[in-house]
Write a protein that binds this ligand. Sequence first.
Ligand code: FB9
Length: 493
Amino acid sequence: MANLIEDILKYLSENQSVNTLKYAQLYNEDHQKVIGALKSIQAHGDLVVAEPISETKIELTEEGKLVAEKGSHEANIYKSVPEDGIEQSKLMGLPNAKVGFSKAMSVGWIIVDKSVKPPLVKRKIPEIVDTVQNHLDLIRTGDASKITDKEKQEYKKRKLIQEVIIKSFNLTKGPEFSLTLTKLETDLNTDMLSSGSWKTLKFKEYNFDAMGVAPECGYLHPLLKVRAEFRQIFLEMGFAEMPTNNYIENSFWNFDSLFQPQQHPARDAHDTFFISDPKISTKFPQDYLERVKKVHSKGGYGSLGYGYDWKIEEAQKNILRTHTTAVSARMLYKVAQQKEFKPVKLFSIDKVFRNETLDATHLAEFHQVEGVIADFNLTLGDLIGVFTEFFKKLGITQLEFKPAYNPYTEPSMEIFCFHPGLGKWIEIGNSGIFRPEMLLPMGLPEEVTVIAWGLSLERPTMIKYGFNNIRDLVGPRVDLEMVQRSPICRLNK
Ligand code: FB9
């Protein structure tokens, strides 16, 4: 580019003026490069005066180039008609035969002789002049002067030629003309100010249209964006977040406190990760533990219990928690220890671990989202009303419910919604009213009921961000650029 700039300035010093397009053609340069060199020269001051020129030129289209080379479609049809004639259908194999045939007929080069069977296409005149091809060839060489406007209109209509506007510049020497470019300063510094050299130096113009440099910063993973949105929804619904910072839990809080019997299949190693060290917990609220043991083995509070020999050793086993409901149990027990019961609205969003079969949408760990409300005389209607409001804030409105079973809630319901994007009903969560066998041993007043519902973070995130495989969202194979380019999370949009 530097050489091109110097060549242009040199050419201008030896000639009165120069047009950028003619210069490009003269020195076989790309005209855009010449324009780029001009912009660079102009950025260094008034070395040249550039007068914009706009010129309309005619040039051949791709079809026009073909005709200039191979002849017009009508001429090719004429040349394909033998002395004794030919059936029309046999001419249609030629390229552009349909256009060529009708044009050859309209200019009187061929006729259709219907006095014979089948009718034959014959030449009407002994020879032709392919004026179209000759004209297009003239245009190709840049000489359209011999072609009338009417003919040009005809070729334009046939899309054989097109008008293009060529922009160029006529250059003449400017008031600050020089054969070299003075270096443009990009910073004003103290030396320039103290020496006064700033008065004669040339400074590069600010380009306020330039894009800013993309800041090198961190980016939130889509899961964390959805978590932030869920958290915001819970907070604006008046829920307080539970302390979920313990992935390791013991079986007492994860299962026994929730009235989940020790023989329940979810408690074996096929569904639960057991910790080998420390293998067991030993610190429990002893009086509460005794009440839990009793309600499992002998019943109580109007319940028959399960009638099995409840073992402390089973409750002591340490595991990776299988649900955040273990945290809800701890929190509800804490609420029950207060002198006077006060209603609470609690939520949690955190990892849980299940030793289950993995597939495209399930890993051994996922984030559970859970909402819990403890208050006097809550009903199933309150539960439906609250999670309906919650899901509405996710943009989900068309809900249906199905009776379900959880060891710790009765009644329990699975929640479904019709997802317009997926065009089908999908399961979006589970819910229920915690059983008295769970609440009363904690010491909660009899008239207090606790409603709760849960869902995952991964499923809504996969749907919102269009992931089909959970491994594209989380895990070692994740494309980190996905994290950088994933858009803002708008749940109700
Ligand atoms: O999240 C789930 N689905 C879902 C949720 C939102 C959503 O939003 C889209 C934008 C539209 C889409 C889908 N599910 C729960 C349903 C299914 O994905 C299910 O296959 C997987 N479930 C997980 C458990 O699977 C082993 C999701 C997870 C789940 C299920 C139940 C609970 C929590 C998470 C619960 C509970 C509960 C019940 C009563 C009392 C306290 C907690």
